[in-house]
Design a protein around this ligand. Sequence first.
Ligand SMILES: Cc1ncc(COP(=O)(O)O)c(C=O)c1O
Length: 348
Amino acid sequence: MTPDPHTEWVRSSVSHALAPPSLPAGASAADERRCRAMDVDDLPTPSLLVDLGSFEHNVRTMSGALPGSRLRPHVKAFKSTGLARRLADAGHQGFCCATAREVEGMAAADLGADLLLANEVLGPAASRLGAVVASGRARVTVAVDSRETLAAAAEGGVREVLIDVNVGLPRCGCEPEEAGRLADEARAKGLEVRGVMGYEGHLMREPTATKAAKVEAAMAVLLAAHADVGGDVVSAGGTGTYALNRWATEIQAGSYCLMDTEYVEHAPAFRPALFLWCTVISTSPRGYAVLDGGLKCLAMDHGDPSVAHGDCRVTPAHVDPTVAMHERLHVVDGDQLVDVWPIDLRGW
Ligand SMILES: Cc1ncc(COP(=O)(O)O)c(C=O)c1O
């Protein structure tokens, strides 16, 4: 991958800040600036910040509840191999992806021990997954919910699939009673069927009083399909149901890492860790201030961002699409910049 000049600049400044070299007499003002700790004020705005303490809290909390392969973190929520590596270091070696691009990027970063494309793919995307398999750099499994998607997987060169079952979210997934037949067809085409997937996304924001019973009912549908399909994987769940879903063999959560403000009431163990660092570019005697962060750097589909009075850190209501608008996550400890993680899994 071509080095990104901005990332290299931040990295070199951060490493100087952590281990400042002794400056020779007569060093220039520029050298001195590079030797003092770099902080958020040195960043161009708008820039995305990750609060290291909150991020580490989220990772610790989730890996305490779902250690190792009990969690298959979803990279679509942060789209960064730098962040994914922290999750691998915390013990999670398998990941979910949403796009062929994410699978390719994870494989190229040597994070491909067990990648699940937890979505349906057709056409060239299936061939791109096949090319990753052929490269030997990753184990790739893809979700299939129809004859067409399993034919695309087989023709594209993918060898392993999960049968995606609709457990109540009106999106992808075959009808539960069709799962066994699809598994037979997949095996007849030479594919290895590892098990089932059934994402209960419609229950992530369900009121607490009814959530547990509804998750159990959705997972009963998935387990019945699993009995027809076979294999040892039952993949389901997300940040809003991770603590309740005792039936899946692995949980596909991703938002918990950086956490949406809108999601916190449904998963209060996690803290918002992503902020947009802005500059106030104008103030009005009528009582408002204008920041340099707008629609092109903040997703608004889950509502308005939050801004603490007098602060230039804006907390987005929806993390996934906000991240996808940026190139880098700047990791901060207090006001000090300690790392930068390129958002290198963007694109298609
Ligand atoms: C297939 C699938 N699995 C898991 C998730 C988990 O997401 P989150 O951690 O955001 O709840 C999502 C989110 O949309 C998804 O689409």
